[in-house]
Design a protein around this ligand. Structure first.
Ligand SMILES: *Cc1c(COP(=O)(O)O)cnc(C)c1O
Length: 452
């Protein structure tokens, strides 16, 4: 299986190369040249445990990696999860389920992809002998999950930019209290957008990229999307057999990575009914699915910060399929959008998607009502999934994207109790190690050269 760019202006590459590059050199995102039909495997896959299912799934995609190597990579990617089911499904009430994706080392669903990605990188470095410098920008969960996926891996250095003082204190501790010497949390004076803009400029410098072995771990990396496909299939099997094809997956959404993974699984022939894109007040995607207009607005910080995005970077992958796999059309749309901040689709086909929007005061009241209805505590991102849906989607599985203990202030305010998780308690005792850099491409490059 090879991988091509949504913008169609570079030759297809192998799985390992797509993973190593992150972003395609023409500015597009990698996608498989063809989606496999997984339906014939359903019977065989039903009884597999999580790592077994993950391995069986990736055997269709990581075709340039030897089977025994793939086995070794996957087998050690889920051993730091605290629940034996890895991704347990809980029934809160008849027809209402939660898929708990927060049992990994940083207590957010991003661990599913980044633990695995760290091991793909390590295997790649062992094979090629070329070290890798990972550069990312985070408003919280991604950075922590990336750092924990890469701790102690030979040949990998991770540099994670974040806006100083503007991420949750416990998220900062997850990044800065690792005591690992290949990890560099870079605090910048400025906003997340400043960090991301500077990072993008660094990636555009191809010479520098080659010099340090630059790679991206943000959600544009194809391996992350594929890793997230696995828990949709796993969850499908955990639902009662007579409900499996009638349950809507409700996905708290920011960059469209998580929900895209589910949609791809459906395109590969697993009979998932459909998806609800649950946004917070930064609702570019909700507006798109309601009106067919994709338009930029400024980002207002919310109680669900990992969904505070202005542009949903993974939307371009869905767009590629939505315009009939026409890369020139994708280029035209992305160009118009970049130039005008807006694109109006004629006949926007929502396909299997519905959407909802949840503002901050609703997040608080939803945390409260979920607690009183089900005696279950949800984090502010997951709360957006509990927004009552329009229409008759009465069977739902809501993806719980983070553990509530990561956001104690909001939870205490909503239900008057402090959520606790032992792994966070340990961090509170540790020393913080962080580095200050200016949010300019030059300063970031200089720091990386010095520490590569
Ligand atoms: C990253 C994140 C999201 C948004 O996921 P996308 O793939 O960007 O849509 C939602 N909830 C939590 C807790 C996250 O960390």
């Amino acid at each position: 299986m090879n991988y091509h760019s949504t913008r169609g202006q570079v030759p297809p590459v192998s799985f390992s190369t797509a993973v190593e590059h992150g972003l395609a050199p023409d500015g597009g995102l990698y996608l498989p040249e063809a989606l496999p039909n997984l339906r014939p495997y359903l019977n065989d896959w039903e009884s597999l445990n999580y790592p077994e299912l993950c391995e069986a799934f990736f055997a269709h995609f990581a075709t340039d990696i030897e089977a025994n190597e793939l086995h070794a990579i996957v087998a050690c990617s889920y051993d730091k999860f605290s629940d034996p089911a890895i991704a347990p499904v809980r029934a809160l009430a008849p027809g209402r389920y939660v898929l708990e994706l927060f049992h990994g080392p940083t207590l957010a669903f991003k661990d599913f992809a980044l633990q695995l990605l760290g091991n793909f990188y390590a295997a790649q470095i062992a094979r090629t002998g070329r070290p890798i410098s990972v550069l990312g920008a985070t408003s919280g969960d991604t950075g922590a999950a990336a750092i924990h996926g890469l701790i102690g891996k030979d040949g990998v250095k991770s540099f994670i930019l974040y806006p100083d003082g503007r991420i949750a204190p416990l998220q900062e501790r997850q990044m800065t209290c690792t005591e690992a010497d290949n990890v560099f949390p870079l605090a910048i004076k400025g906003s997340f957008d400043d960090a991301q803009t500077a990072m993008k400029t660094v990636f555009e410098d191809r010479e520098f990229a080659t010099e340090v072995g630059l790679s991206a771990v943000n959600s544009i990396n194809l391996a992350r999307i594929l890793a997230q496909c696995v828990y949709y299939i796993y969850a499908y099997f955990r639902l009662p057999a007579q409900e499996r094809e009638a349950v809507t997956f409700v996905v708290p959404t920011g960059n469209f990575g998580n929900v895209l993974a589910g949609w791809l699984v459906q395109q590969m022939g697993i009979p998932l009914k459909g998806f609800r894109v649950a946004t917070n007040q930064n609702d570019i995607l909700h507006r798109l699915f309601e009106s067919g207009t994709y338009s930029l607005e400024s980002v207002a910080p919310s109680l669900a910060p990992s969904m505070d995005i202005q542009v949903a970077s993974n939307f371009e992958r869905f767009l590629y399929y939505a315009v009939g796999s026409d890369a020139s059309k994708v280029r035209e749309i992305m160009h118009t959008f970049k130039a005008t901040g807006q694109y109006q689709f004629e006949n926007f086909d929502r396909q299997s998607f519905s959407s909802s929007r949840t503002n901050d005061s609703e997040i608080e009241s939803l945390i409260k009502s979920v607690y009183s209805d089900y005696n279950y505590v949800v984090d502010p991102h997951t709360a957006c999934g509990f927004q009552p849906a329009v229409g008759d989607q009465n069977l739902e599985i809501i993806l719980a994207t983070a553990h509530p203990a990561k956001f104690p202030d909001t939870i205490i305010k909503a239900i008057g109790e402090e959520p606790i998780h032992p792994s966070l308690e340990v961090l509170k005792e540790r020393v913080i190690t962080k580095y200050f850099v200016d949010p300019t491409p030059e300063a970031i490059k200089a720091f990386m050269r010095e520490h590569k």
